[in-house]
Every structure is written in C-alpha cells, then in structure tokens.
Design a protein around this ligand. Structure first.
Ligand code: PLP
Length: 391
C-alpha cells in the first residue's frame, strides 16, 4: 500500500468539475484582481467564522505581517509568541522590524501556555508608569502584542491568554493558519483576538491552487486599515496616506476557494473521524505506551490539520513507515529559539524545554479527509510491527 501524508489528488477528483468551471468563469471575465469572487469569499469566510470583517491577502504569512503592521508594531517593539510553530509566525514579527519573544508551550497541547505567559510578563517585563508601556527588561523593547498559534488545528487556551492580554492591555493576533473551522466554546479560531490570520496554502485544511490568506477581525476600523495596507495604502487610487504593500488574493484563487469552502465543514469532520479511528486502533493495539496520541481539550473542536503523535524512537519509526509506503512528516524538527537566524535573540537550547522535547518526538501521520479506515489500520499495524521489532 502507498499512503501519502496528504492526498490532494483524491480531493481534486471529487470536485474537479466545479473547480474547472470556477476557473473558467474567471478566465472568461478577464478580471483577475479584486473582483467579485474575492469580495464574495471575504463575506463567506466572515460568515463561516462568525465575524463581521474579512480581508483576503496573498498568503498566511502576509496575513500575520499586515495584522502586525495594522497594530503599529515596528522597530523597538516586540511580540510575544511560541517557538514551536511554523517559521512564518516569528518571521512576520522580524519582517515588521520587531523582536520575537518566546514563551514555552504547554506539553500536552503544543500551544502557548498561559501560565508561562503570565510569568514572563510579570517577571521579565516592567510597566513604565508614565508611558503605560510594557517593556521587556533584557532587550528594552516595548511589547506590542501577543501572538498565539492554534497548532495542528486545535485552539490555544484563549481564556488564559486573553486574561493576560487584558491585564496588560495588549492586543492578541491569532495565528489560525492551521485552524480554520476549529472552535473554542462557541467561538471560532481567529475571532477572539484583535485579528485572526488564515492561510490557504495548498496543504492547509482549506487550500487554494497556490498561495493565499485571509485576515478576520471584529473591528471595522482595523479591517479598513488592513484593506488600505494591502493595496499600497492607496485610497482613492494613486493617493497614498500610508506606505503599504501589494498583498491581495488572486481572483482565480478566490473562485477556487469558494468552491472548496462549501466542503470545509465536511472535510474537517472527516479528519476528526479519522483521528478517532487512530485513537481506537492505537489503543486496542496496546501502543499508547510507545505512542502518545493528541490531547484534545473539552470544549474545543480540533480540526486535525495534522494528526501528530509523540513517539519513542521517532526517527527510526519514520524510516520504517516510509519503507512500508506510509508518508509522515516532522512538524517541526527544530524549535525556533534554536534556529541559526535567531541566534541574536540569545536563547540557549534548554530555555524552552517543552518545545525542544516536542521537536524531538513529534510525528504527523496521514489524516486527510479521504483516508479510509483500512488505510488507518494499515498504518497502525505497521507501527505495531515497528515496536514489536524493538522489544
Ligand atoms: C502555513 C502557516 C503559516 C503561513 O502561511 P503561508 O500561507 O504559507 O504563508 C503561518 N503560520 C502557521 C502556523 C502555518 O501553519
């Protein structure tokens, strides 16, 4: 059997006619930038998430970048985030001229730990009573925002994070790039902070035929600012009040994403179902002492962008599964606080022990919506075989 980590072909054959018709319509119209599909997709994503405003941009990375820009984050500032995430989370902070400050993750959920966040803000920062600014003592930068990530498709502990944010009057930007459709109580990922950022990278739960992203917000004012930023700060055309970017979603992408958005809830359900099947099969195979399955938190809907287990002999297991035709991936093999490009931040390898341990143990197994039960059984029997050989 050959089981890829993600099978986009299987998805495409099921929706081919609709996708082709959508692309054709755009080609016939010859309207490629900021047309009716982009406007409609913005409304549809806003409705899907239950938030009043959405602005489509060129990628998830740009969504983060423009959100930070709109909050006036720049040189001399810093943003608190996690080191166990896709690079873009911290990359966006640096690219607006600011400094990323890391707090370690919760060992169970892989997401920002609000207790550690509280400790960090209390111990490592000082409030300037005259300017009302919160300053990171060591780097002497002003903390401008908190940037949690909803990793693998499950929301971070937003109540705990928002409590800290309110206490210090800091805006929260949610990196929801892996979590479109995930819920936290009765709220959707991306709608709880000042901004939520989504990615339509092809391998995401809602993926386009190329790059794309979306920013959502409850604030009309912030939405207008992002909209200004994404077309060079021009309003009206050729009159620039601020210097912005060229970061728009293409009309062709929007047309395709509108087709796919109609299936997203169903696809997310299928991923959840597959995760339950893994949990059942790994448990009945007696593997839970070698393989730790994802912790799902009550009251949060995990959409399993990735189904990530923590395992003993991770690298050997990955090689073995590959020999059985099973695709896996390590998200992510090196915590950001240990990356070469962030050496100047001055972190030591042991400073973020949970992120470091996660990077050494995590393995993503195939969980895509079209995955069948017999394929899940095949993956689990291969894992069983591997650990039997080890003992
Ligand atoms: C994919 C992703 C991004 C960046 O999205 P792009 O659309 O690839 O730019 C940012 N953060 C996280 C957590 C992601 O998974």
């Amino acid at each position: 059997m050959d089981i890829p980590l993600l099978d986009l072909q299987a998805q495409y054959v099921a929706i081919r006619e609709k996708v082709r018709a959508a692309v054709d319509e755009v080609l016939e119209s010859q309207r490629f930038i900021l047309g009716t599909h982009v406007a409609a997709l913005e409304l549809e994503v806003a409705k899907f998430c239950g938030v009043p405003h959405a602005v489509a941009v060129a990628s998830g990375t740009d969504a983060l970048l423009l959100a930070l820009k709109a909050l006036d984050v720049g040189p001399g500032d810093s943003v608190v985030t996690v080191p166990f995430t896709f690079f873009a989370t911290a990359g966006a902070i640096v690219n607006v001229g600011a400094r990323p400050l890391f707090v370690d993750i919760d060992d169970n959920t892989f997401n920002m730990d609000p207790e550690r966040l509280a400790q960090f803000l209390a111990r490592d920062c000082t409030s300037n009573l005259t300017t009302h600014k919160l300053v990171h003592s060591e780097s002497n930068t002003t903390i401008k925002a908190i940037l949690p990530v909803h990793l693998y498709g499950q929301c971070a502990d937003m109540d705990g994070i928002l409590q800290n944010a309110q206490r210090y009057r800091l805006p929260v930007v949610e990196d929801a790039c892996q979590a479109i459709g995930a819920t936290y109580g009765d709220r959707c990922a991306g709608t709880m902070g000042a901004f939520g950022c989504f990615s339509f990278f092809p391998s995401k739960n809602l993926g386009g035929a190329g790059d794309g992203g979306m920013i959502v917000t409850s604030s009309g004012e912030l939405a207008a600012h992002v909209r200004l930023l994404h077309t060079h700060g021009a309003k009206p055309k050729y009159y620039h009040s601020i210097v912005g970017f060229n970061s728009r979603l293409d009309e062709i992408q929007a047309a395709i994403l509108r087709v796919k958005l109609g299936y997203l809830a169903e696809w997310n359900r299928a991923r959840r179902h597959n995760a339950e099947s893994y949990e059942e099969e790994l448990r009945s195979a007696g593997l839970l002492n070698c393989v730790r399955t994802p912790a799902t938190v009550a009251g949060r809907t995990h959409i399993f962008h990735q189904y990530v287990v923590r395992c003993q002999k991770r690298d050997e297991l990955q090689v073995f599964l590959k020999s059985k035709g099973i695709g896996t991936e390590i998200y992510y093999p090196l915590s950001l606080h240990e990356q070469e490009c962030f050496r100047y931040l001055g972190y030591g390898p042991g400073d973020m022990p949970c992120s470091r341990a996660a990077a050494q143990e995590v393995l993503a197994l195939p969980v895509y919506p079209e995955l069948t039960r017999d394929r899940i059984s095949y993956v689990v029997s291969a894992i069983t075989e591997f650990y039997r050989q080890q003992s």
